[in-house]
Write a protein that binds this ligand. Structure first.
Ligand code: ZN
Ligand code: ZN
Length: 466
């Protein structure tokens, strides 16, 4: 393949000092900086002949560039090679066993397509491939819907030190995770005196069109690639809250379903809640409270297990299970529109075992954890707000199932009351931005948690790395 050096990205710690060198001492011209608000980065391009230098400056401590500089100091961050056919370049690399961060090219700056190659395959250098001038420009109002800003100057992953380095296995520090990326590791977050642990019960697939409602495929497929059955990959991410008690919020899909069900929903639970719970140092006996956002099968499936005798019983033997009364009533009286999502074995055995606790209103479930009804997805769908040490986190369940659902219009076709989803989402997003809420995404395949940002009328998510 023919490749031309497009630019060299340099992570900068002290911009005035960098300008004193590149501009004043070397006498180079610096272009006006490009602010990438959602990514907390300012990019200063420095034309040098056919190529450019790109000085990358963090504008906030959570910027990946700040983390990169903190870990490794300022210096060479990535190089960008321009190729004529990025698809051909990627398949050539794939055929030779190169490790790619982006399996498929995605839209970058200046209407280009870009894809990153992992430093493990590029001898320690993060390599960005770029093909210019291919992406059809979206109309401005459509652009406003884009859930995350992807451009070639996004701060890419931290180069791993070696193939055996633990961090090598960690997901790249991308702000716009690459398409099709799956992250299933246990992620821990401190929140005041509490610890929040994001678990994974594996992945499944749902129809992409239904997942994004009125958003056209031409737009959503840029963020979630569809398989041959038009399904997109979704994760199942229960959340552990450790404080005065140990709580689990939702419990994934569970393992009571048939092979046919697994086929229909492309279920992949090779790594599931049993594994990730154990990795978090917990056993089912450690759970005091199970909190349900709602009783759909991707959330309540793991509430129960079938024992050797074929009897279905509560999975967490010591726990009380907290469910909103309206949701319980709806789940036990399904209708044609929601019947496929409610499987009685997931929740009726809780009532039979006497471990069910129904709550009627928004209230505190354990110290620091409150529920709030959102409605929308189901009439009584609720989210959990977690507060400690002046900080707030939220488990929003199907109010915003993935990071792509952050913008207003990206609402699931599954939702029974989409206008209620819209209202609840707008209210929550305003609060999340103002209070810098750490938001947990129950179904995002790559991002367990992040911070919602709004700029120029666009809403996006900055992933938090646990
Ligand atoms: Zn649901
Ligand atoms: Zn769901």
């Amino acid at each position: 393949m023919k490749a031309v050096l497009d630019h060299v990205g340099i992570a900068v710690k002290d911009l005035p000092a960098a300008l004193a060198f590149y501009r004043d001492a070397l006498g180079l011209e610096i272009e006006a900086p490009e602010e990438v608000e959602s990514e907390r980065v300012r990019a200063h391009f420095v034309p040098v002949g056919e190529s450019k230098l790109e000085l990358l400056e963090a504008t906030a401590p959570e910027s990946p560039i700040a983390k990169y500089v903190g870990k490794r100091g300022p210096g060479l961050h990535h190089i960008t090679l321009r190729v004529e056919d990025i698809h051909a370049a990627l398949s050539q690399l794939k055929a030779r066993g190169a490790r790619l961060i982006d399996d498929q090219p995605r839209p970058g700056a200046e209407d280009a397509l870009v894809a990153f190659v992992h430093p493990a395959s590029a001898h320690g250098v993060l390599v960005e491939l770029k093909q210019s001038g291919l992406v059809v420009r979206q109309a401005h109002h459509e652009r406003g819907h884009a859930p995350t800003l992807t451009r070639s100057t996004r701060p890419p992953p931290s180069p791993a030190r070696s193939a055996h380095d633990e961090r090598d296995q960690a997901p790249p520090l991308t702000l716009s995770p690459s398409k099709g990326e799956r992250v299933d590791r246990v992620q821990r977050f401190a929140l005041g005196d509490m610890e929040l642990i994001s678990l994974c019960d594996g992945f499944f697939g749902l129809d992409g069109g239904t997942m994004f409602g009125v958003v056209p495929k031409a737009m959503w497929s840029r963020h979630a690639p569809a398989d041959e059955h038009n399904r997109i990959t979704l994760a199942l991410r229960p959340l552990i809250v450790r404080g005065a008690r140990t709580m689990i919020i939702d419990a994934g899909l569970g393992d009571k379903e048939s092979g046919k069900f697994h086929q229909r929903y492309a279920v992949d639970r090779t790594r599931n809640l049993d594994h990730t719970l154990a990795e978090a140092g917990l056993s089912p006996e450690d759970i005091d409270i199970v909190l349900a956002s709602h009783l759909h099968l991707g959330h309540a499936g793991g509430f129960t297990v079938r024992d050797a005798g074929g009897r279905v019983r509560p999975r967490f033997p010591r726990a009380r299970y907290v469910v909103r009364r309206g949701e319980w009533v709806d789940a036990t009286h399904p209708h044609e529109r929601n019947r496929a999502s409610y499987l009685a074995d997931n929740y009726l055995p809780l009532a039979e075992a006497g471990v069910l606790q129904l709550v009627d209103d928004d209230q505190t479930i354990m110290p620091g954890v409150k529920v709030r009804r959102t409605g929308g997805h189901t009439m009584h769908h609720q989210m959990a707000l977690i507060e400690s040490g002046g900080k707030t986190a939220a488990f929003v369940a199907d109010l915003m199932p993935t990071t792509a659902h952050a913008p207003d219009q990206w609402i699931m076709g599954y939702d029974l009351y989409p206008m209620d989803t819209l209202g609840a989402k707008q209210r929550f997003a305003t609060e999340a931005v103002a209070k810098n809420v750490l938001v947990f995404f129950a179904h995002d395949p790559a991002v367990a948690a992040g911070y919602i940002r709004e700029s120029d009328g666009k809403r996006s998510v900055v992933p938090a790395i646990g």
